[in-house]
Each structure stands twice: as structure tokens, then as C-alpha cells.
Design a protein around this ligand. Structure first.
Ligand code: SF4
Length: 136
């Protein structure tokens, strides 16, 4: 069986939450949001695929951020994975999930969607936006 080479890939800082512990927003208020362009993403993707071919591994990407779904080319990136039959998961912010989005993720081949709970409602909402569940 081919072993995986799994990469956790931070594609954008963008996120509409402001969790108390978040390293992106905790130190520098008003710093610009950094988002990797699709051109660079495609280059990194191809480099990783080539490296995996040379080392006999199968690439496996885990997209994160920020909230990766807010990347302007999020579905295009998933299309790149699908076209190349590359498995992937998401450490995502469920704030933008609904039935349609979940079905679309599944159709692109998403293997898992990881999110976090910080405790019961009162504890969780203290750290995060009210009635919200997140991945970081
Ligand atoms: S959801 Fe994640 S990226 Fe967004 S503010 Fe919270 S910890 Fe930071």
C-alpha cells in the first residue's frame, strides 16, 4: 500500500470569527489578511505531486486558515484535487456550512471536516462567536 504524504496547508488568514486564542488576530490588530494566490497554490500543488511521485508517496492535503472556504478560489482548489484524484480534508469554520455546501464538499471528494468544541455552550461562546463551532 502506498503511504501518504500529508500536508496541512494554510491558504488564507481570512476568517469572520475572532476567537480569543487565535494567533492570526491576537497580536496585530488591523494587519492585512494574507491569502495565497491560486497561481502559487497550483505551483505548490504540482511541486508536491512531483515530490510524492519521486518518493513513492501519495499526496494528501489538509486545507486550513483562517477559514479556508473564504479563499476566493476555494472551489477551484478543490477542483484541482478532484481532477488529480488527490484526497483532502478541511480544518474549517462551520459558520458557512449548510446542506448544499456539505454535499458539494462531498462531491469534490472531501474526506473529513474537522471542527472544535471548547466545552458546553457558555464556555464555548466565551472563547468564540456565539453559537459557533470552529476548528482551531
Ligand atoms: S475560527 Fe480559527 S481562524 Fe477564525 S478566529 Fe477562530 S481560531 Fe482564528
Amino acid at each position: 500500500m502506498t503511504e501518504f504524504f500529508a500536508s496541512q496547508w494554510h491558504i488564507t488568514d481570512d476568517c469572520d470569527q475572532r476567537c480569543k486564542h487565535c494567533y492570526i488576530f491576537s497580536e496585530e490588530n488591523n494587519k492585512p489578511i494574507i491569502t495565497m494566490s491560486y497561481t502559487i497554490i497550483e505551483k505548490v500543488f504540482q511541486n508536491c505531486i512531483r515530490m510524492c511521485e519521486k518518493t513513492g508517496r501519495k499526496a494528501y492535503f489538509i486545507l486550513t486558515g483562517g477559514d479556508p472556504i473564504l479563499h476566493p478560489d476555494f472551489w477551484k482548489i478543490l477542483g484541482l484535487f478532484k481532477e488529480n484524484n488527490i484526497p483532502f480534508g478541511i480544518l474549517g469554520n462551520p459558520f458557512h456550512l449548510n446542506d448544499t455546501v456539505c454535499q458539494k464538499l462531498h462531491s469534490y471528494g472531501c474526506k473529513f471536516y474537522q471542527l472544535s468544541l471548547d466545552g458546553l455552550k457558555e464556555t464555548h461562546d466565551y472563547f468564540r462567536k456565539k453559537a459557533h463551532i470552529t476548528q482551531h
